[in-house]
Design a protein around this ligand. Structure first.
Ligand code: NDP
Length: 333
């Protein structure tokens, strides 16, 4: 497969230009383009430029308002509510973030609910700024049915990622970000595009038969990671990002969705915790470094996000290789 090298600013400019063309205003276009650029820089290609046609599809169909202005309310000192008013998640998150951080700094812990948003991005881009502000961060969001509950036969849960960020004094934050499915749907789409087969146990075809063909699994359903354990985490995300905050469950989002190929309307929940207010103000950071050190002492063990941090350094220096097949698709936009 042939690729073209693009600098990060070229990726950002390309995404911004296309989003503006299809009706985003500057603020929304720039928030989405920044998330796309960050994903490409970190080597998370399933959530970079590959998502641009999906974002555009929602603007063309009128499902998403590319000029949405999120509104922010403090429902209580430690509870922030952001209404995205049918816009893309990145701008709503960007607008709400300082309110969440301020509330956590004041109260020790704060929660932010986001409703009326369309989420299509990698969650680590959202908890990393929280950790960069010195706070522990958590985020989760639902999607459309893609994952079968343990013991069931039909997709009910979204791929429902959870992300967790931990601030570090002398290093970039430790962040893990994982779908509740064995593999994120974006990774399955990437495998389909690149003609790879899937490992065993990722998903089933439309008849519920295990399949290694990504195209068949995209028509069928994914399995939760770790059987019933991942299934319960997917359910928890439905409850936190849906039931708790007055937004849809994945199955409800699908009913409302116009299936234009872009993200449905849904919700997200974020939590931020200030470690300096939690009892071990002087020692929590050094103490945690001991754990990280112990992990890294073991051969081949690494911290989640180490790969991304390394990729980012390299991408800033040398740019990113983007598949020509994707650039061809984007050029039609
Ligand atoms: P992966 O399975 O690729 O990675 C999950 C996490 O595990 C990452 O933090 C990764 O860190 C870490 N990790 C991987 N290998 C190791 C290792 N050997 N040792 C330690 N840590 C490791 O991610 P998924 O496929 O589950 O998800 C991909 C993306 O899809 C996520 O960013 C998620 O937010 C996104 N997504 C978005 C959805 C949406 O609706 N918006 C829905 C579902 C998923 P590292 O990055 O350093 O490799």
């Amino acid at each position: 497969m042939s690729n073209t090298n693009l600098k990060l600013n070229e990726i950002n400019e390309l995404a911004t230009k296309i989003l503006l063309k299809y009706g985003c205003d500057n603020e929304n276009a720039s928030a989405v383009a920044n998330v796309i650029e960050a994903a490409e820089a970190a080597g998370c290609h399933s959530h970079g430029l590959m998502r641009l046609p999906g974002y555009v599809a929602t603007l063309k169909s009128g499902k998403v308002n590319g000029k949405a202005r999120p509104t922010i309310e403090n429902l209580a000192p430690a509870v922030v509510k952001v209404n995205g008013h049918n816009g893309f998640a990145p701008y709503a998150l960007q607008q709400g973030r300082s309110h969440l951080i301020a509330a956590a700094n004041k109260c020790g812990i704060a929660v932010m609910s986001l409703v009326g948003i369309h989420h299509f991005a990698a969650l680590w881009t959202e908890v990393e700024p929280i950790a960069n502000a010195g706070l522990v961060g958590f985020a989760c969001t639902s999607y459309k049915p893609a994952v079968i509950p343990a013991g069931g036969t039909k997709a009910l849960y979204g791929t429902n990622p959870i992300a967790f960020g931990w601030p570090r004094k002398d290093n970039p934050p430790m962040v893990f970000d994982q779908a509740s499915s064995v593999m994120a749907r974006g990774e399955v789409m990437l495998a389909a595009r690149e003609g790879h087969t899937l490992p065993d146990g990722v998903g089933v075809d439309i008849n519920g038969t295990p399949s290694n063909d990504p195209n068949e699994v995209l028509k069928g359903a994914l399995l939760a990671f770790g059987g019933h354990k991942g299934s319960s985490i997917a359910m928890m995300v439905e409850l936190l990002a849906g039931g708790l905050i007055g937004e849809s469950f994945s199955f409800e989002a699908a009913v409302r969705d116009n299936a234009d190929g872009g993200p449905p309307q849904g919700g997200e929940l974020m939590i931020a915790i200030d470690p300096s207010l939690l009892g071990d103000a002087d020692n929590w950071s050094d103490h945690s470094e001991k754990l990280f050190h112990k992990i890294k002492e073991q051969k081949d063990a690494r911290l989640p996000s180490d790969r991304r941090h390394k990729n980012r350094i390299e991408s800033n220096r040398s740019g990113v290789m983007v598949a020509d097949i994707l650039l061809d698709k984007i050029s039609t936009l």
